[in-house]
Design a protein around this ligand. Sequence first.
Ligand code: GRF
Length: 202
Amino acid sequence: LAVVVLISGSGSNLQALIDQSLHGAIDVEIKAVISNKSDAYGLERAKSAGIPAHALSHKDFDSRDSFDNALQSLIDQYNPELVVLAGFMRILTEDFTRHYEGRMLNIHPSLLPKFKGLDTHKRAIEANEKEHGVSVHFVSAELDAGAVILQAKTNIEANDTPETLANKVHALEHKIYPLSVHWFAQKRLTFDNGKAFLDNKA
Ligand code: GRF
């Protein structure tokens, strides 16, 4: 499966995808990594793995539309079958999300539909939640609102801080994101009419 990964930061989820694809554990070929921040550490991870790495700064564009158009052109040069958002911290235009409908995934650090948006670990603790976690979903125009594919949970303990919770959630992310991409590659995960379908038989 030809994939393009979009990042803005550390890229630990990108690394999990790289590691599992190199080991042949998932049937994925990462064609390119694109960051909207030139100093994102994930770009170094891509280069170390021999993957084309691009920085495309949103600050070089005068509107969200013009940035998204340039991003779309760059992505489509690689003809990906799937676009993977891995810590890509930009709101996307409706046109962009429509163009990749059913073939763009995101990972969000909460048990959606709870805690869309930012600071999810802090907000989960403040809301006295007993459990927290992470969701993989198809991307739709509305932020963090597309069809959920897979979730993983962890308990919130009394001594958890946003940092300890983030670490626990990251460990879960590195398992369920490569797995979701693998399922998509195997065509066990499909998208139809705004909904995600998972064939669990295999
Ligand atoms: C993850 O927590 C992910 O859920 C969120 O952004 C973070 C990215 O982390 N969307 P990393 O760059 O993959 O380490």
